[in-house]
Structure formats: structure tokens, C-alpha cells
Design a protein around this ligand. Structure first.
Ligand code: LMR
Length: 329
């Protein structure tokens, strides 16, 4: 970021930290990168509705969807500088700011289902992971679901060998990089907002994402094939600027925590259906052939990706991986 824009962000940020008065509500700028009609978009809008209601308008939440304010990496920098107050980046996006532990969620096939995910996010390990954010000037408030990832390309992806030599867009996670390398593919980190165009122009051949993200970004219009793999998970950590959060009047913070809890329950209860509906909509659009794997083909994919666990153990931390597996097992 240019020095001038950092200065501008800092100025904007500090203007919103301070006590509420009748004339000027406390403003929470909530920036995110997906469409409003997605699990994250809907949970953010629900938080806005409840936060404004429970604080009787003392807090105003401005939601900026679809990377209208910032792209992936910029939004985390903006939060740290106080230019925005709240975000919900995916677990895969904390590595570049020096928190590697959330990448444990990126390990292939680590979550058999959403029930086992909940054991982590609602338990002691989830709480411990959120505390890692403090040292980066953030407070972690909640875990929000998206769902399981699927593979897409302009080529049929069935066997691990089908991935060989293809370029795949990935989020900024070393685990995801290792995953595609294990398949013999070429991973390329790219902001979410750039994926559609990169697929359309052939800068990358394929990508992995949830049905909801694929559909709302229209990726299915520029990908001939998508394979039901459910090989990984995308979920979010809701984070606030710590200084802003700690500086709020205690009663306001309590109401916001209540709003967050309810928005989380609302969002997480709908995420699976949103992805099912998006898959149906993709099928209906008729531009993408949806491929299902036989149990044997599924097994071959799992086997091909297993070396990732060893490869990233020193980065993510073997004890953390073990603890995660124990809690979900
Ligand atoms: C991605 O970059 O693919 C996702 O993290 C986008 C999102 O926020 O769901």
C-alpha cells in the first residue's frame, strides 16, 4: 500500500473510535469479498440488522460486499490499520499476516462433516486459535461456515493424473499450495475478485471453491466441468480491530456480542442449504457438466493428497494437527 493511502486509512480509522453520542452513531465498516447472496453475505447482513436493533441505532453497521472496498490481502491490512472495523476472511487467508495455524482447516479431507467442524470451532481448540489473533491487533469473535470445496476446470477431473500440469487458482495458503503440488498441478495465489476473469481468459485452468462461491461469481459460466469432491472446507473467522473493540462501551459490546452470536447461529444453520441450492442452480444453468466420483475414484484422490499432512506439519504444527484430528475424530 502507498504511504498516502495508509495515512488516509489511519485517519479514517481513528475517526470511528470513540464514544457514541446521540448525533453520531458508532460506525462499523464490515468489508467482505463475496456476494450478498452467500452464507457469509447473509450472516453479515443479519449481524447488521441485529446489531442496529439491539443497540437502538447507537451502532450503525455498513456492509461492503463483493470486494467493493478491499480485496483479500488489503482487507486484512485495512483492518489492522483501523480503516475498517470488521471482516470475515476465510481460514486460508491469515498466513500472509503471520498466523499460520488457521491453515489447519485447509488440510485435505480433514473434516468428515460439519458436525465434526463444530466440535473444533465451539470447543477449546477453536477458542485457542482465536487468541492467536490478539497479537496482530485483532479480536476473533466467531466462526462462520461456508462449506465444502469442489474442483472445476475446462477439463474433466476424475483421477489425480487429470490435474497434472494444470494451473489452479488458490487462496493465499501454503497448505493449499501443497495440495495442488501433490496432484502435480501448478497453484497460483490470486484474490477472489480476480478469479472469474482469470478463468475466462485462461490465466488459470481451474479452481476450487464452494458451490455458492462458484455460482455467485459465475465461475460455472467459464468452466466446462466441475467435480463433486468435497475435498476441503471454506469457513470464516469474524475479526474486529482490537483497539476499536476494546474501546467500545461495555454495554454496547455486550449487545454486539449477542447480535454476533445470533447472526452466527442463523448463518451456520443455512450454509449447507445455500450450497445445495447453488449446485442445483449451476445444474439448471446447463453450462457445466457435474461429475461425481465413484468410491474408488474418491479414494484415489484422498490417497494422492495425503502427503500434504507431512509436508506442512512443520508449518502448521504437528501438535495442532493432532489435536484437530482428535477433536473431529
Ligand atoms: C476465496 O478466496 O475463494 C474465498 O475465501 C472467498 C470467500 O470469502 O468465501
Amino acid at each position: 500500500l502507498a504511504a498516502a493511502s495508509i495515512a488516509a486509512m489511519t485517519l479514517v480509522g481513528s475517526a470511528f473510535v470513540g464514544p457514541a453520542s446521540a448525533q453520531s452513531p458508532i460506525v462499523i465498516k464490515f468489508s467482505h469479498v463475496v456476494a450478498s447472496d452467500t452464507p457469509k453475505g447473509k450472516a453479515a447482513d443479519k449481524f447488521k440488522e441485529l446489531a442496529e436493533k439491539y443497540t437502538n441505532g447507537k451502532v450503525k453497521v455498513e456492509v461492503y460486499p463483493n470486494s467493493t472496498l478491499y480485496k483479500d490481502k488489503e482487507e486484512l491490512e485495512a483492518l489492522q490499520l483501523g480503516a475498517v472495523q470488521m471482516l470475515a476472511p476465510s481460514n486460508s487467508k491469515f498466513g500472509p499476516i503471520g498466523i499460520k495455524e488457521f491453515e489447519v482447516f485447509d488440510l485435505p479431507y480433514i473434516l468428515p462433516d460439519l458436525k465434526s467442524l463444530r466440535k473444533v470451532t465451539d470447543g477449546p481448540l477453536g477458542a485457542k486459535l482465536l487468541q492467536k489473533l490478539d497479537s496482530k491487533g485483532m479480536t476473533g469473535l466467531a466462526y462462520w461456515d461456508n462449506g465444502f470445496k469442489q474442483m472445476s476446470a475446462n477439463k474433466k477431473l476424475v483421477a489425480p493424473s487429470d490435474y497434472k500440469g494444470l494451473k489452479f487458482r488458490i487462496q493465499s495458503s501454503k497448505v493449499l499450495e501443497a495440495q495442488f503440488r501433490a496432484l502435480g498441478a501448478i497453484p497460483q495465489v490470486m484474490a477472489f475478485s480476480d478469479v472469474y476473469q482469470a478463468l475466462q481468459t485462461g490465466v488459470v485452468d481451474g479452481q476450487e471453491n464452494t458451490w455458492s462461491n462458484i455460482y455467485t461469481q459465475k465461475m460455472h459460466e467459464v468452466q466446462k466441468y466441475a467435480t463433486v469432491t468435497n475435498h476441503g472446507y471454506i469457513g470464516y473467522v469474524v475479526v474486529v480491530n482490537k483497539k476499536f473493540w476494546d474501546g467500545l462501551p461495555a454495554d454496547i459490546r455486550d449487545e454486539l456480542n449477542k447480535a454476533m452470536k445470533e447472526a452466527t447461529e442463523f448463518g451456520n444453520s443455512q450454509s449447507a442449504k445455500e450450497n445445495d441450492d447453488a449446485l442445483e442452480a449451476i445444474k439448471k444453468a446447463g453450462k457445466t457438466e457435474i461429475i461425481s466420483l465413484t468410491p474408488e475414484q474418491d479414494e484415489a484422490m484422498r490417497k494422492a493428497m495425503m502427503p500434504v499432512y507431512k509436508e506442512v506439519a512443520s508449518r502448521v504444527g504437528q501438535p495442532l494437527i493432532d489435536e484437530f484430528l482428535k477433536e473431529t475424530g
